[in-house]
Write a protein that binds this ligand. Structure first.
Ligand code: TYD
Length: 146
């Protein structure tokens, strides 16, 4: 397991978003990976949701969150996550069940290039709350990069 010093970089820029190597218990019977709140990720998990049966060419995301922390995992298959903090952009390809992408608050994200059968599991720090979303990109940029 690799340790991350999240506190040192908790300024909600694109550099705060990082790949997290999760524990992988290899076994001839099949591998096992787990995620523990505050240990492997810098937040407590209050909600889990997943995207699946995503049609080819489809895009998800297209929003940012005011306060939500998330970990995205390609449980099966692969996809691209485009991150944007209002100043810089980067794209991360997720394709390993034992890796997660930590996405801090105030990051615009778009997810595309889903492989057939891909499942994107998201661990989130809070219950669903529509008022936590920025769904308008210019509005997000005004706040993120005033
Ligand atoms: P949204 O977050 O926009 O999806 P994505 O980022 O994956 O493209 O959510 C799509 C719809 O689902 C929207 O109407 C809100 C609803 N929703 C919930 O009710 N609960 C949830 O936990 C999530 C993530 C979404």
């Amino acid at each position: 397991m690799s340790e991350h010093n999240f506190e040192a970089t908790m300024n909600f820029s694109i550099d705060t978003c990082q790949m997290v190597e999760l524990p992988k218990i290899s076994d001839p019977r099949g591998n096992l990976t787990f995620v523990e709140s505050q240990r492997h990720i810098p937040f407590g998990i209050q909600r889990v949701y997943y995207l699946y049966d995503v049609p080819q060419g489809s895009e998800r995301g297209g929003h940012a969150h005011r306060a939500l922390h998330q970990l995205l995992i390609a449980v099966t298959g692969s996809f691209d996550v485009h991150l944007d903090d209002g100043r810089e952009k980067k794209t991360v390809h997720l394709n390993r069940s034992f890796q997660g992408l930590y996405v801090c608050p105030m990051i615009w994200r778009e997810i595309d290039n889903f492989s057939s059968g891909a499942v994107c599991m998201v661990l989130a720090s809070a219950y669903y709350d529509e008022s936590d979303y920025y769904r308008d990109y210019p509005e997000f940029c005004k706040v993120a990069n005033p």
